[in-house]
Design a protein around this ligand. Structure first.
Ligand code: ATP
Length: 255
């Protein structure tokens, strides 16, 4: 279960008293104001919060895309604050997967070629079986030779998921992964993400504005003003599972 306020050394990602100030002087904004939490291996966490509450900043710092002003980020046992720029790039490439609202697929390449592209850029070849396994894991074994234009939005996002997961990263970061999708295709992507957590033990952190998307996670963490305001464990309660109590919670934080 994800922990707020403390971390365990076995967690896939640990955030220790994370602080991030954007800008300087009068114009400075404390986007993160002391966030401590741990994400155990195989857990699925949704991060929600009002606009400007620090969600993107948290994801960027946790993923090593941005440096915190203070505090520590430990990914897969490595304190990434102590890494050089180059080591951090390697850390992201080898241990972290990303999906975003936009799928960022190359239109002229097949699904399989898109999946192996990041590795190719890094000067490595991914064995064909691993590409096939990644596409099979997202339910697209039959679509390996299709180009993005021949796939639905949900299928394209699942290709992006396969591309993120082909390196078997310690953690998957998803920033509004269903933001560009309609309800039906969102569900298809979320069910795939849920299955990857349940069957492959894929540690996943997802930022979302959508309460029904958040409800597929194990825990929903709410940020407000750069701090953890609350969390909801997604249990068997039907109002939690269908997103209703998560939506109520969000409305209260936004009020
Ligand atoms: N590069 C930046 N320079 C200055 N201020 C920034 C920068 N990035 C974010 N901020 C500020 O930090 C705060 C947190 O922003 P952040 O984008 O993390 O919030 P968010 O919860 O992801 O918001 P949204 O839901 O609108 O995407 C906001 O007040 C924002 O204006």
């Amino acid at each position: 279960m994800i922990t707020v306020g403390h971390t365990h050394t076995s967690d896939a990602v640990q955030l220790h008293d994370l602080r991030k100030v954007h800008g300087r002087g009068d114009r400075s904004v404390a986007a993160l104001d002391g966030v401590t939490m741990g994400f155990p291996r195989g857990s699925f966490t949704a991060i929600m919060g009002p606009s400007g509450s620090g969600k993107s900043t948290l994801l960027q710092c946790a993923a090593g895309l941005d440096r915190p002003t203070a505090g520590r980020v430990v990914v897969d046992g490595v304190d990434i604050g102590g890494l050089s720029e180059r080591e951090r790039t390697e850390m992201r490439r080898d241990h972290i997967g990303f999906v975003f609202q936009s799928f960022n697929l190359v239109e002229s390449l097949t699904a399989a070629q898109n999946v192996e592209l990041p590795a190719r850029f890094a000067g490595r070849r991914v064995p064909r079986e691993e590409v096939d396994a990644a596409l099979a894991a997202v339910g697209l074994a039959e679509r390996a030779r299709h180009r993005p234009g021949q796939l639905s939005g949900g299928q394209q996002q699942r290709v992006a998921l396969a591309r993120a997961l082909v390196t078997r990263p310690a953690v998957l970061f998803a920033d509004e992964p269903t933001g560009a999708l309609d309800t039906a295709t969102s569900r298809e992507v979320l069910e795939t993400m849920r299955r990857l957590v349940d069957e492959e033990g894929q540690t996943t952190l997802m930022v979302t504005h959508d309460p029904t998307a958040a409800a597929v996670a194990d825990v929903v963490v709410f940020l407000k003003d750069g701090r953890i305001a609350d969390r909801i464990v997604v249990d068997s309660d039907s109002d939690v599972r269908n997103g209703a109590s998560i939506a109520t919670h969000m409305a209260r934080l936004e009020a």
